[in-house]
Design a protein around this ligand. Sequence first.
Ligand SMILES: Cc1cc2nc3c(=O)[nH]c(=O)nc-3n(C[C@H](O)[C@H](O)[C@H](O)COP(=O)(O)O)c2cc1C
Length: 336
Amino acid sequence: MYKQFIRPFLFLIDPESVHNKMISILSGNRFYFPLMKALYEPPGSDTITVAGMEFRNRLGLAAGFDKNGVVLQFLDTIGFSHAEVGTVTPKPQPGNSKPRIFRLKKDSAIINRLGFNNQGVEAVKRNIAGSKVKLSTDFIVGVNIGKNKQTEIANAVRDYKICFQELFEVADYFTINISSPNTEGLRKLQDREYLNELLETICSLNDKMSAGPLKPVFVKIAPDLSEPEIELIFETVIQNKINGIVATNTTISREGLMEEVNESGGLSGKPLFKKSSNVLKKLSELNSENIISLIGVGGVFDKESFNQKVESGASIVQIYTGLIYEGPGIIKKILT
Ligand SMILES: Cc1cc2nc3c(=O)[nH]c(=O)nc-3n(C[C@H](O)[C@H](O)[C@H](O)COP(=O)(O)O)c2cc1C
C-alpha cells in the first residue's frame, strides 16, 4: 500500500517538508499506534546480545531520521529493536541552508547535506527522558553525538564530552559520529591522533560516570576510507576498549549513479550498499577474534541485503533510506 498509494503522493513534495510533516504526525503517543502495531510489528525473533545489551531483533533505525528523539514511540511500535537518535550537538543549530535533501528516485537513493540540524543536548535529553517511560522495556535508545559547526576541530573533543555527559542518563548506548561529510573537518577526527585523543577522553569519562558496567560506545565511520585507514581506526578502537564500529555513514562518491546530480552532500541508499559492505567485510576480517561488535548500515532495502550485511559480519543492521523508499512494512519484510 505504501509504495502504490502513499509514496507517489509523498514524493511529489519536497523531501524535507515531507520528513518534518511525518515527524510531527508521528511524534508523541498517537491514538493510531495500536493499529500501526497490528499492521507493521514483525513476529518475535531471536534476541541478540551486543556490548551487553539485549536487542529483541537485529534491525534498528540509523541516525538522522529522529534527530531530536521525538518519534521513539512510533519506532518502537513498528518493530525496530532500537533507534539511534541524533546526531546531537551541545548547542542547538539550524544546519545548512535549504534545499538540503534530494531524492534520486532512479537510484533508490538520497543525497543530504543537512549539517547536524538539531535541538541540542538539553532539549534532546528532555525529549528522550519524556518518552522513555512509555517505550517497551526492550526497546533500545542509542544516541549519536557530534560537534557544533562553530567548534574548531582542535576543540571538538570538548563537544563530544559535553554530549556524553549530558545525555549519559538517557542513552542506552552512544555512537561517536566522526564521519558525516556535511560538517567541515569532522572526518579529520578519523585520523589517528585526533581519534585517539577523542576516544581516550570519552573512555575515561565513561569510567568516571558509570557506577556499574560501562556505557556501550560505538564509533561511526565513513565508507570512503582506504584499507590502511580502516586498519588504523580498528587498532585505535581496540586500544581504547570501544565496543564496536558502525559501518557506515553516507558516501561522498557518486560512482555508478543513473541520475545525473550536481548536489554536494552524503549519498545513501542502494548505491551505497557495496561500498559500505566492503568496509564491513574489511572490519570483519580484522575482527576475526570477535573483540568488538559491528553494526552494518548502508543500502539495506530487503531481506536479501539485510542477510548480506549479517554474512559480512554485522551483529546488528540499521536502515534509513530503505524506510523512506519501502515504508514501515520493510521491518516485517526483513524480519519475517
Ligand atoms: C537525510 C539523512 C540524514 C542523516 N543524518 C545523519 C546524522 O545526523 N548522523 C549520522 O551519523 N548519520 C546520518 N545519516 C546517515 C545514516 O544514518 C546512514 O548511515 C546512511 O544513510 C546509510 O544508510 P541507508 O543507506 O540505509 O540510508 C543520515 C542519512 C540521511 C539520508
